[in-house]
Design a protein around this ligand. Structure first.
Ligand code: NCD
Length: 310
């Protein structure tokens, strides 16, 4: 494998990323995960660099893990939330980015409800832009942390069958997972009611199932997604109880998967709705490992894009 130089690049999505590029990020993240196990979680690697996070949507995990990642590497991290920024005074996104660049930010992390807005912003500034979730499009650091977690658990992603279950149409997590898993040689299944499957599923490297039992049969991994009701303009299934009965990933639904099936969820979870209330606590659940690896992956991304050395 050749190690890729990411200095000065943006991270906007996993679509089109090569296996070598992904492996470089995962290997770097694995190195950084050692820092997270230390008593003193602090290295000087990004001293003197400033990272701005700008979130125009709610977040618990993603925002705090970018912040932790920057701080553990001694960067100065400045957090801006959409509701308190000048965007509420009518400032355009372009002017906001030009302002951040003029304030000498070295890198900007953005979450936005608008698909494609991170790509747009990356054209306006010459500092790296990291997409922390853009609308229903991509969430590349989530995809990478999922790949890292699976690689840790299985050794390799090659040939694994991964079933992504739930509200795929609205999920940027699903899209980043699809491209990342495909690049790493896994087989991807999308499982959900037809109203929650993406309209462009035939363009994606996936097999589609509208029946949970069939979709989980023989799967090595099940990645469960939240119903993103905030993105659904109209009701796409009769009731939550009906959805849960047909597509809820319960212990009994998992019986048709491989006996050592691994369970993932990007969070936030609605226990008892898309996932059985007790499933996240099973020994084969990787959910907490995903969160920890999220910090390591974001450390790797900041380190690589900022071209830090030593
Ligand atoms: C997801 C997101 O915001 O895309 N959460 C996350 O970043 N871990 C998924 C979701 O909101 O359901």
């Amino acid at each position: 494998m050749s190690v890729i130089n990411f200095a000065g690049r943006d991270l906007l999505g996993l679509e089109g990323m090569s296996r070598d590029e992904i492996t470089t990020i995962l290997d770097t993240a694995t190195t950084f995960s050692e820092v997270l196990r230390r008593d003193v979680k602090k290295v000087p690697t990004l001293r003197g660099k400033s990272v701005v996070t700008m979130f125009f949507e709610n977040s618990t995990r993603t925002r705090s893990s970018f912040e932790a990642a920057g701080k553990y590497m001694s960067a100065d991290v400045i957090n801006i939330s959409g509701s308190t920024s000048s965007a509420t005074k009518g400032e355009s996104l372009k002017d906001t980015f030009l302002t951040l660049q003029a304030l000498t930010a070295d890198l900007v992390v953005m979450r936005t409800p608008h698909s494609g807005a991170c790509h747009q912003a990356a054209e306006w500034v010459n500092i790296p832009v990291v997409n922390a979730g853009d609308g229903t499009h991509e969430h590349p650091t989530q995809g990478l942390l999922d790949l890292m977690t699976l690689r840790d658990a299985k050794g390799s992603l090659e040939g694994l069958t991964v079933a992504i279950v739930g509200d795929i149409a609205h999920s940027r997590v699903a899209r980043s997972n699809i491209w990342g898993l495909h690049a790493m040689g896994a087989n991807v299944r999308l499982v959900g009611p037809s109203t929650l499957l993406p309209a462009d599923a035939d363009r994606l490297p996936v097999t589609v199932f509208t029946d949970l039992h069939a979709g989980l049969e023989g799967a090595d991994v099940v990645n469960v997604l939240r119903l993103q009701l905030e993105r659904q303009a109209r009701a796409l299934f009769p009731t939550e109880r009906e959805y849960s009965r047909l597509f809820g990933v319960t212990k009994s639904a998992l019986r048709v998967a491989k006996p050592d099936v691994l369970v993932m969820h990007p969070g936030p979870m609605n226990r008892g709705l898309e996932i059985g209330g007790d499933v996240p606590d099973l020994p084969q659940s990787l959910i907490e490992k995903q969160v920890t690896n999220g910090v390591a992956v974001r450390m790797a991304v900041l380190y690589l894009l900022l071209g830090a050395e030593g």
